[in-house]
Design a protein around this ligand. Structure first.
Ligand SMILES: [Zn+2]
Length: 162
């Protein structure tokens, strides 16, 4: 097993395990390796050196990665399924993320891009406190942070289609 640090064409960085470098080449070529953030299949290795399983941390076995689905089972035109690259642990983690996200969004008002404005009003006592969620640009997030306004990014699911 070999772990590669990968980056998609949008610059998201992530890591994935492969049987060997040939398996990596083959899977990337077939579009089976996708970015967990934006689902892009345009991925490549970052310059970081690959780590070999068990080379340093003895006793910490890497999670087994299920083999990609056999070709016959995969419809030719279907989008690559990121779930094929997930270990059971990762799947469980994903489920937890989803639960957390659902809990957060169920108990909060969606304010969209007004998030920074609303968060600020609450912080400065202009409106009553309530749970909200929405969107903020990295710059807005930085400003809110600098003003001491506490907020958290919503967890992003590796695959939003389910
Ligand atoms: Zn991406």
């Amino acid at each position: 097993m070999i772990q590669y640090a990968l980056v998609c064409h949008k610059g998201h960085e992530f890591e994935s395990w492969f049987q060997n470098s040939a398996a990596y080449d083959k899977q990337v070529k077939r579009g089976l390796v996708t970015c967990p953030i934006c689902n892009s299949a345009k991925v490549e290795k970052t310059i970081m050196a690959p780590r070999l399983a068990g080379a340093k941390k003895r006793g910490v076995a890497p999670a087994p990665v299920p083999a990609p689905a056999p070709e016959a089972a995969a419809p030719a035109q279907a989008a690559p399924a990121p779930v094929a690259m997930m270990s059971p642990q990762e799947r469980e983690f994903r489920t937890k993320l989803k639960e957390l996200r659902e809990h957060l969004t169920k108990n909060a008002d969606y304010v969209g891009q007004k998030f920074p404005e609303e968060a600020r009003k609450m912080h400065y006592g202009e409106i009553e406190h309530r749970s909200i969620y929405g969107e903020a640009t990295p710059d807005q997030a930085k400003e809110l942070n600098e003003e001491g306004i506490e907020f958290h990014p919503l967890p992003v699911l590796p695959d939003e289609r389910n």
